[in-house]
Structure formats: structure tokens, C-alpha cells
Design a binder for this molecule. Sequence first.
Ligand SMILES: Cc1cc2nc3c(=O)[nH]c(=O)nc-3n(C[C@H](O)[C@H](O)[C@H](O)COP(=O)(O)OP(=O)(O)OC[C@H]3O[C@@H](n4cnc5c(N)ncnc54)[C@H](O)[C@@H]3O)c2cc1C
Length: 415
Amino acid sequence: MKRYSVFALAREALNYHLGWEKAWKSPEPKAQYDAVIVGAGGHGLATAYYLGRNHGITNVAIIEKGWLGGGNTGRNTTIIRSNYLQDPSAAIYEKARSLYETMSQDLNYNVMFSPRGVMMLAQTHHEVRGYQRTAHANALQGVVTEFISPQRVKELCPILNIDGPRYPVLGALWQPRGGTARHDAVAWGYARACSAMGMDIIQQCEVTGVRTEGGVVRGVETTKGHIGCGKLGIVVAGHSGQVAEMAGFRLPIEAVALQALVSEPIKPCMDVVVMANTVHGYMSQSDKGEMVIGGGTDGFNNYTQRGSFHHIEETLRALIETFPIISRLKMLRQWGGIVDMTGDRSPIISRTPLGNCFINCGWGTGGFKAIPGSGWAMADLMARGEPGPLAAAFGMERFREGRFIDESVAAGVAH
Ligand SMILES: Cc1cc2nc3c(=O)[nH]c(=O)nc-3n(C[C@H](O)[C@H](O)[C@H](O)COP(=O)(O)OP(=O)(O)OC[C@H]3O[C@@H](n4cnc5c(N)ncnc54)[C@H](O)[C@@H]3O)c2cc1C
């Protein structure tokens, strides 16, 4: 694979950009792989990448029923932060955030990581206490966050109305190195690096069954035929329940639609990410100038990639009271993704009842930020067959044993 660099750009410019090679290959599947990953979202691709990079396992196929990054990875609002309350969550999200810092260099692909700072507004006294507690927990966990005053909130984001009509801003949990990245680029960067290591990314190929024998997986049935594997990783977000059922086990997961929308592009007016969980809405400005707006999850299980219409009205109502200057903005696009929600709002990175089958899911409304850390931990689990320190607490046996990792404040409505 040719490296992307300023010299390569200059060389190609002189050649009318005719010499760029494809970023990744599109091969036909082989009969057998050492490892098969189902799902070419960010988590599946990152798992494959770290299997190769950290463990030297490169005879890997990543199987995707649509196009890579076309699931939640390409549909999210790209917020990256690690200000979670519980120790296992802070550890994996901070690992991910730190990997984002150098991801463009590591992958030789510009993922446009922008650590512009994320603030979560406290608009009730309950939230003030909650976020102060999180800031103290983060200090102990080595995650840099701070509880800031309403005046500081206004300095950092002048377009914010801190005297809101219903809920004035009482402060905020501020993570200065949180931010955003370009979601497609994260998927494309990992895909290119996986392909360069000799892995096969097989798109437009749906897994329709899992072939097992004596308690282990032998391979998967797909729309392109049977593909054998030594190890299987299931990383399919909102479809986790369906694929787990093919493998013969059940998951404590629900699938619901979560939606987002963007406005027409406007001049730069906001260089931080703001989340207002009490009124429920959050917003940042993309590099193109669009205001990127996150909505709510549907109140019922479903597999639509749209989301209910009334959420648009509720979200915009919340944001207009928070940012009055957007009241006359036109909205350009709205879409949804199918998110995988667990009861404690924490992910599952786990062994399964099948000896050589592993599952990574349950990232719900907030897994984009976790992609590199999750891939790192899942690759470790698949390579060694045992969870490492990052994944140990996230086994699915925790639901049977009552060891919940309660992140309903950090992840219940936020992203
Ligand atoms: C509107 C919205 C906003 C969000 N905002 C944020 C945010 O700001 N910050 C944040 O951190 N997170 C956010 N998230 C959550 C985040 O997008 C997800 O947690 C994350 O992208 C999940 O990645 P994934 O790789 O697990 O899943 P996906 O990207 O969905 O990938 C799973 C893939 O599996 C494939 N698949 C499914 N079934 C099969 C099968 N049978 N055979 C083959 N392939 C199959 C799918 O086609 C899909 O491509 C948001 C999500 C949504 C929907």
C-alpha cells in the first residue's frame, strides 16, 4: 500500500490524480480464515486491525451485509469523550480517546480528530451534584475533566443562553480534550489498514447462519456461501440479538432507533461540543458549517433507520431554548441508526457459550468514541481467549451475577 503524504499528493497532482490505488481491496471470500469478524462498522474493523497489529493474526475476514461504515458508525454525531463515572468505563473510554489522539498518524489516514472540548450542561441541582461527583471520580481515574461555572460556560460558548427560560445553566462538566472526528474516515482508515495487512473485507455479504459442532463454531453461512473460521467475532451493534440467535444464545440487549439531524451550513459560531441532557439535545458544528444535532431514542424496540418524527420537534424545541440563535435555521437532513441498548447502559465484550465465539456489542447511543479502545480490547480477547484488563468487567455474565456497571447518567441519554 502506498503511503499518503504531501509528496504523494504532489506526485499525483502532476499526474492528474490518475495514479491513486483503491483504498481497500474487494476480494471474493476464501473457504477458511483464522478469524472471521461479522460487521464492518468501526468496532468490527478496529477489532480486525488490532488483531493484526497487536497479535499478528492477519488471516482474517470482515463480513458486512451492506457497505462498510454504513451502520451506526456512519450515522452518529461523532462526539468523543471519556468522562464516565465507573472505573471500568473510564478506563476503556479513556484508552479509546487517547488512541484517537494519534489515530491519523497510526493509520496514515486523516480522521480529522478535533479535540475542541466537550461540555455537559448541569441544569438542575441534581445534575450539579452528579457531574461534580463524576469530576471527582475522573480525577481519581486520571481522566482530565473539570466542573466549570456558568460564566466559564458562556466564555467557552457565547451563543449559549445560560439564563434558559426553564432550566438556567448552573455549571458544566468540561472535558477539554474531548471532541469529534470524521466518522466515515475512522471506518475507512481502519479498512485501508486492514486491507494493507492482507485481510479480506467482504461487503454486500450477509451472515445468515452460524455453523457449530460440539460447542464450537466451524464457520458462518452467508449470502456468498459457507465461510469457515477458527474464531468468530460478532460485532453487529443493533443486530446483535439476531446474530447471537443464529449462534444459539440470547443476549440482554434491545434494539431501538436513535436519530440525528443537521442544519444548512452557516459561518463558524461554535467551537465546542455542548450536551444539554435535562432538556435533551446536543449540538456541535461540523467542518462544513452544518450544526450537527443529536435527538432521542424511540420509546419502543424497532429496526428502522429513521426514528420517530416527534423527536425532531422535541429536540429542536430543547435546542432553541439553549441556543436561541438557531431558531431560524433550516434543517437539511435527518436519519437514524439502530442502537443496541443494555440494561446498565454499558457494553458487552465477552466470551459466549461457544468456546471460540466472542461478542462485542451494547455500545448503545455512545460507541463511536469507544471504537479504538473497544477494538483493542476485543482483539485481545479473541487472540488470547481470555479478557484482558480493559474487557474483564464487561463480560455478559455480569447480568446473571448482578455486577452491573451503571452508566445510565453518562450514557442513558447522552452520546
Ligand atoms: C444518530 C446516532 C448518533 C450517535 N451519536 C454518537 C456520538 O455522538 N458519539 C458516540 O460515541 N456514539 C454515538 N452513537 C453510537 C455509535 O454510532 C455506535 O455505538 C457505534 O457506531 C457502533 O459501532 P459498531 O461498529 O458496533 O456498529 P455499526 O457501525 O452499526 O456496524 C455494525 C455492522 O454490522 C453489519 N451487520 C449487521 N448484521 C449483519 C449480518 N447478519 N451480516 C453481516 N453484517 C451485518 C451492519 O450492516 C453494520 O454495518 C450514535 C448513534 C446514532 C445512531
